[in-house]
Design a protein around this ligand. Structure first.
Ligand code: ATP
Ligand code: MG
Length: 276
């Protein structure tokens, strides 16, 4: 087994946009990082939960979209499993902030969609769908259409749909940003549960400090204008984690530290959300 193989490599990546008024925006400037594949002492691929945390406009979505192959750098390169990213691929799943299920398909058909287009036969799809429906708490809603569900339930469909094709890498762009605080907490807990059963590496974007500290193994703190990574913070809390962790003093201490780093980061004024 090859240990510590690079899962994602981002090398000297820069990207400039121009506003409609012609103003130059340094969305990302010289961003560098590497995320390795993680193996347990028994040699099992266990993945890692990384969070990209930063204020609005610091380039989080742009960076994630580049790793997904939906956007390209002006200079520098992005590699996944050692291969240069050019287009989207089956090895990467993406969950967006807006619920992106197909409205004309039922919950079960949405979850099965990726497997169906990959040519997985129905008898193999059905048990995976049942298991995921159960895992994300949608039992009884298999034949409902997304529009008839709440925002939290629709996001569960999107997560199940992404997990169904078992991508080695899952990219999540503020997937809980539109949810109320209670549902958001429940979804964080659910995501950790389903993630612990998969071997996926997750790269999760948020601007919520509490969410970052609760979910991550490591947090990349970003600053804006130009968008860049200012610190890589290790989150030492043991897994499995549950919501009681958020009440602990050491959790609050780390949250304050991360918030302090964000406040000192240029371009972070006013846009950082803390939910204590
Ligand atoms: N297609 C585009 N055209 C012009 N400017 C863009 C485009 N995409 C992104 N930008 C600009 O690049 C910067 C980074 O945008 P990006 O969406 O990556 O930030 P973000 O960190 O995801 O912000 P948010 O937290 O608000 O989602 C912003 O200033 C944004 O306005
Ligand atoms: Mg964004």
């Amino acid at each position: 087994m090859e240990a510590n193989k690079s899962k994602i490599t981002v090398k000297n990546v820069s990207r400039t946009f121009y506003s409609p008024q012609g103003e130059k925006i340094n969305a990302l400037q010289d961003v560098n990082f590497e995320i390795d594949d993680v193996y347990s002492p028994q040699g099992k691929d266990i993945g890692e939960f990384r969070v990209l945390l930063g204020p609005s406009g610091c380039g989080k979505s742009t960076l994630l979209r580049m790793i997904a192959g939906l956007e390209h750098p002006d200079s520098g390169e992005v590699l996944v499993n050692g291969n240069l990213v050019r287009d989207p691929g089956k090895d990467r799943g993406m969950v967006f902030q807006k619920y992106t299920s197909f409205p004309w398909l039922t919950v079960a058909d949405n979850i099965a969609y990726g497997m169906r287009i990959n040519g997985v036969p129905k008898e193999k799809r059905d048990p995976v769908v049942s298991q995921l429906v159960e895992a994300v708490g949608l039992k009884g809603f298999e034949n409902s259409y997304p529009d008839s569900l709440s925002g939290g339930m629709q996001q569960r469909v999107a997560i199940a749909r992404t997990l169904a094709v078992r991508p080695a890498l899952i990219l999540m762009d503020e997937p809980f940003g539109a949810l109320d605080a209670q549902t958001r907490s429940e979804m964080q807990q659910l995501l950790l549960q389903v993630w612990e059963e998969t071997a996926s590496t997750i790269l999760f974007v948020t601007h919520d400090v509490e969410e970052a500290v609760y979910l991550a193994d490591r947090i990349f703190i970003m600053s804006a204008h130009p968008g860049t990574i200012v610190e890589d913070v290790e989150v030492p809390f043991a897994r499995p984690r549950d919501l009681a962790l958020k009440e602990r003093n050491d959790f609050h201490e780390l949250q304050s530290y991360v918030l302090g780093r964000l406040k000192r980061a240029p371009g972070s004024g006013g846009h950082v959300r803390v939910s204590i």
